[in-house]
Design a protein around this ligand. Structure first.
Ligand code: VG1
Ligand code: CO
Length: 545
C-alpha cells in the first residue's frame, strides 16, 4: 500500500496569476515540481472548512490529462473529501463554474490557456475558482502567489493512472473521486434559462438558421448536444466540433483573424441568419449575422436592450457591468432602462462580487466575453442562445437589430489594436511615459475634439471596498470618445500592449462605416502620443480586431 509522500521542493519566482490564472508555456509547467507547487499553494490557500468538495476540469489541450493526474494525487494527499472531474478531464470554463454552484463545491480548478494555442510548444494554464464559481478574487490569488514564493514541500499520494470515463468513481484514502459528464449539467442549466421549445421550432424548421464553429476546442461536445440534439440543427452547420489537443493546429480565438473560415462564410452566399464561434475553453463568443460582424461591445449592449426576449432576464436586469476598455454602448442602454452600469477592470474575476451581491445580472468584456448571473464565468454557448432567442422573438435580422440600435443609441465605433511580441521593459515604458506626459497629452486634440483628461484607472469594488490600481491608462475626450492603453496579463512570453479605441457617432447618415477603417486615424494618434514607435520599435499594431 502506497503512502502519502512529502516531497521537498523550492519556490519558483514566476507563479504570479495574471488576468485569468497562471499561464505559461507547456514546457514551463512540465518542469519538475512546477505544477505541483502551484496546486499545493492553491490547497494551502483554502481554509480547513473549504476542503470538502472541489471540481476539476480543463479544455482538453495538450498536457490536460497529465495535469489532472498530478492534481488528483495532490488533492488526495491533502485529504480533500470529494473531487468531481469532468469526463476525460474535459469541462468548459462555464461548465466548471456551473458544477461548482450546482454541487455546492468549495471551488474548482480550471485547466486552460483559453484562446492561446495548444501543443507541446504552446500554452497551458491553471486557475482557481471560488465557491460561487467565480475566478478567485485578487485577495485569494495574492495568497496563492505568496505561498508559491515560500513553499518548501508538497504532499502527493501516488495513484495508478486514473481512468476518466464518465460514471467512474474511486475511493483513494479519504477522498472520493467521481467522474461526471462534461455536458449534462450545463445543458440542463441552459434549459432553465431559455425557451427551448420555441428555439427548437425555429431552428429545426430552418426559420432561423445558425452555424457554429467550435474551433476544435472544448465546446464541440456542448454544441453537438445543445444545437444538434436539443435544437435540431443539422450537423452540416456545426464546424470543427471534434476537440483536439492542439485545436487542429489553430489559434482557438474567435475573432475575424482566427475564426477566418466562419468569417468568410458569413460574408458570402453561405451565410446563415446567425454565425458564431467560441474559444479554447468555451467562455468567449463571436457573433455574426449575414454580412455583419457584431462587435462584442455591441453584442453586450444588444443583449441588454432585448433582455425581454431571454427568459432568464424576464424578471428584470437590475444592473449590468462592463470592463473598463469595453465600449460605452451598454451604458446608454442601461441609462434608457434606468438601471446602473458598473465599470470594472479587465478580467472576469471583478464581476464576481457584483453578481454575488445581486447588483448586476449581465456582464461583458470587449474581448468576446459575455455572461449572465447563471454562472460566474463568461459563457460562449450561452451568448449564442441569447442571440438565437433575440432573432426568434423579434423576427429581425442581425443587421436590422444593429441598425435600429445605432439609430436609437448612437454607435460606438470600437476596435482594439494589439502590439504583440514587445520586450516587457519597452511595453512598461509606454505605460510610464503616458502617465509622465499626461498633462502635455491632455492639451492635445484629435480631429477637433479636445481631451478632457488623461488618467490611470483605479477600481474600488462597491461590494467589499477593495482597491485595484493601475488598471489601464485612459485618454478621455470631451465628447465621450476614448483611447485606453493596458498591458495584457494573459501572455506567456513577450509583452502585449493593447490599445482600445472608441468613437461615438450619433449622426444617422454616418453609421455605415467599417469600425477598423473608422478608427484608423485615431489609432495613429494613439500610436504617436504614446510614442509606441520610439519606445518599442513597433511601427504598427500586429493585430486589429
Ligand atoms: C484577455 C482579455 C480579457 C479577458 C482575459 C481572459 O486578458 O483582454 O478581457 O478577461 O483575456 O479571457 P489580457 O490581460 O490578455 O488583456 V479568456 O477567454 O482567457 O479566459
Ligand atoms: Co477563454
Amino acid at each position: 500500500m502506497e503512502t502519502i509522500q512529502t516531497i521537498q521542493t523550492r519556490p519558483f519566482t514566476d507563479q504570479k496569476p495574471g488576468t485569468s490564472g497562471l499561464r505559461k508555456k507547456v514546457r514551463v509547467f512540465q518542469q519538475p515540481h512546477y505544477l505541483q507547487n502551484f496546486v499545493q499553494s492553491i490547497v494551502d490557500a483554502l481554509p480547513e472548512s473549504g476542503r470538502q468538495r472541489l471540481v476539476v476540469g480543463g479544455d482538453g489541450r495538450f498536457y490536460n490529462r497529465e495535469a489532472i493526474q498530478i492534481i488528483l494525487e495532490i488533492l488526495v494527499a491533502n485529504g480533500i473529501r470529494e473531487v468531481l472531474v469532468g469526463e476525460g478531464g474535459i469541462l468548459s470554463t462555464p461548465a466548471v463554474s456551473n458544477l461548482i454552484r450546482q454541487t455546492g463545491a468549495d471551488g474548482g480548478i480550471v485547466l486552460s490557456a483559453s484562446h492561446n494555442p495548444g501543443g507541446p510548444d504552446e500554452d497551458f494554464g491553471i486557475k482557481f475558482n471560488n465557491a460561487s464559481g467565480a475566478p478567485a478574487p485578487e485577495s485569494v490569488t495574492q495568497k496563492i502567489f505568496d505561498s508559491t514564493r515560500s513553499i518548501q514541500q508538497y504532499r502527493r499520494m501516488p495513484l495508478p493512472p486514473v481512468d476518466l470515463s464518465a460514471g467512474r468513481s474511486y475511493r483513494f484514502l479519504d477522498t472520493d473521486v467521481h467522474v461526471v459528464s462534461s455536458v449534462d449539467d450545463y445543458a440542463r442549466l441552459m434549459t432553465t434559462l431559455f425557451d427551448f421549445d420555441r428555439l427548437r421550432d425555429a431552428v429545426s424548421q430552418g426559420r432561423v438558421n445558425l452555424q457554429f464553429d467550435a474551433m476544435h476546442a472544448v465546446t464541440g461536445p456542448y454544441a453537438r448536444r445543445i444545437f444538434h440534439d436539443m435544437l435540431g440543427l443539422k450537423p452540416a452547420f456545426l464546424h470543427n466540433v471534434s476537440p483536439s489537443e492542439d485545436f487542429g493546429g489553430g489559434h482557438p480565438d474567435p475573432n475575424r483573424v482566427h475564426a477566418h473560415d466562419l468569417w468568410e462564410r458569413m460574408m458570402s452566399a453561405q451565410a446563415t441568419d446567425l454565425g458564431a464561434a467560441s474559444d479554447g475553453d468555451g467562455d468567449r463568443n463571436m457573433i455574426m449575422g449575414r454580412n455583419t460582424f457584431v462587435s462584442p461591445s455591441d453584442s453586450l449592449a444588444l443583449i441588454a436592450e432585448h433582455s425581454a426576449c431571454i427568459p432568464q432576464f424576464r424578471s428584470g436586469l437590475i444592473g449590468v457591468a462592463r470592463s473598463m476598455p469595453t465600449s460605452t454602448a451598454i451604458d446608454r442602454v442601461a441609462a434608457a432602462l434606468g438601471i446602473p452600469c458598473y465599470e470594472t477592470p479587465t478580467g472576469w474575476k471583478f464581476f464576481g462580487n457584483l453578481l454575488d451581491a445581486g447588483k448586476v445580472r449581465l456582464c461583458g468584456e470587449e474581448s468576446f466575453g459575455t455572461s449572465g448571473d447563471h454562472v460566474r464565468e463568461k459563457d460562449g454557448v450561452w451568448a449564442v442562445l441569447c442571440w438565437l432567442s433575440i432573432l426568434v422573438e423579434t423576427g429581425l435580422s442581425v443587421q436590422e437589430l444593429l441598425q435600429r440600435h445605432w439609430a436609437r443609441f448612437g454607435r460606438s465605433y470600437y476596435c482594439r489594436h494589439d502590439y504583440e511580441g514587445l520586450a516587457a521593459p519597452a511595453a512598461e515604458a509606454v505605460m510610464q511615459g503616458l502617465l509622465a506626459d499626461a498633462d502635455t497629452i491632455a492639451r492635445q486634440s484629435f480631429a477637433g475634439n479636445a481631451i478632457a483628461k488623461v488618467d490611470s484607472f483605479t477600481y474600488a469594488d462597491p461590494v467589499d471596498g477593495s482597491i485595484s490600481a493601475n488598471q489601464g491608462v485612459r485618454i478621455l475626450f470631451e465628447n465621450g470618445n476614448r483611447i485606453v492603453y493596458r498591458l495584457s496579463g494573459t501572455g506567456t512570453d513577450s509583452a502585449t500592449l493593447r490599445v482600445y479605441l472608441e468613437q461615438i457617432e450619433q449622426r444617422m447618415d454616418h453609421l455605415q462605416h467599417d469600425a477598423l477603417e473608422f478608427n484608423r486615424e485615431l489609432g495613429r494618434f494613439a500610436h504617436q502620443v504614446a510614442q509606441i514607435g520610439a519606445l518599442t520599435g513597433a511601427q504598427a499594431p500586429s493585430v486589429m480586431t
